[in-house]
Design a protein around this ligand. Structure first.
Ligand code: FPP
Length: 250
């Protein structure tokens, strides 16, 4: 519990409603600590637990975690299978805690291609927490933003071919409705840990006006105080959405 930072955030008022996080640096954290890579993912779970808890407590509405990308399948088979097992064991272990904290679990990405038991565990977690009204915790799993965009294009093309709509009806709102994020507002704040400065095929459409916070801290070391500092940094910015300063501060 970090009272003074939390109080500062509450006083400021403009809390980001949706925070998205690229959790990077687990492998390097493990290496720096002379541990196998998987130990970085295991410790990363402790960061996930703490960040979910804090987001729920301070009133963030949506938290999207880039948990497993479509490209992550290319990692050594041993690591992929360890991450899948970790995912399942974490969800099983934490679902009671999520419920207690009124957290609603959901996913973006193609979960059909996950191993059966991991997919089943996730679907159960989604079912058990579906009536919760606090933080929406969204796990990006087997997620690729380019694939998501292509899927939206295909769906719209099918609707045009079947005569359900005309091409001149395609708008940003119509297009957004075909994305995984249909019921989710665009992120206000994107955090990337681990010192890299790239988007890595994450929410390419949805991040159009999102504020970025990049930090060298590796994900297993990213905890409450780091999150609160990133929010304070966000609160100090002026979001102009393409307009000039005088227009947005008027
Ligand atoms: C990036 O670090 C991390 C991942 C690809 C996996 C993240 C997954 C977890 C923390 C488990 C998530 C579980 C739940 C329930 C959310 P990296 O391995 O790319 O690190 P490196 O860049 O230092 O090698």
């Amino acid at each position: 519990m970090n009272k003074s930072l939390r109080e500062k955030i509450v006083e400021q008022g403009n809390l980001p409603a949706h925070i998205a996080i690229i959790m990077d640096g687990n492998g390097r954290w493990a290496k720096a600590n002379n541990l196998p890579r998987v130990a970085g993912h295991v410790e990363g779970i402790n960061s996930v637990r703490e960040i979910v808890q804090v987001c729920g407590e301070i009133g963030v509405s949506y938290l999207t975690l880039y948990t497993f990308s479509n490209e992550n399948w290319k990692r050594p088979q041993k690591e992929v299978s360890a991450i899948m097992k970790l995912l399942l064991s974490t969800i099983k272990k934490e679902v009671g805690n999520l419920n207690k904290n009124n957290v609603r679990l959901s996913t973006i990405g193609n979960i059909n291609d996950l191993p059966d038991n991991s997919r089943q565990g996730i679907l159960e977690g989604i079912e058990v927490t579906k009536n919760n009204t606090g933080l929406n915790l969204i796990l990006a799993l087997n997620y690729s933003s380019r694939q998501e965009l292509l899927m939206a294009v295909q769906r719209i093309a099918d609707k045009i071919l079947s005569g359900e709509m005309n091409s001149n009806q395609i708008s940003e709102a119509i297009f957004s409705r075909e994305l995984y994020t249909v019921d989710i507002p665009d992120p206000d704040l994107l955090i990337r840990t681990g010192g890299e400065s790239r988007i890595s095929n994450f929410l390419l459409w949805q991040l159009a006006y999102t504020e970025f916070f990049l930090t060298d801290i590796h994900w297993p070391d990213f905890r409450e105080e780091d999150l609160l500092n990133s929010i304070i940094d966000y609160q100090g910015r002026q979001r102009r959405f393409g307009q000039i300063e005088e227009q947005v501060s008027a």
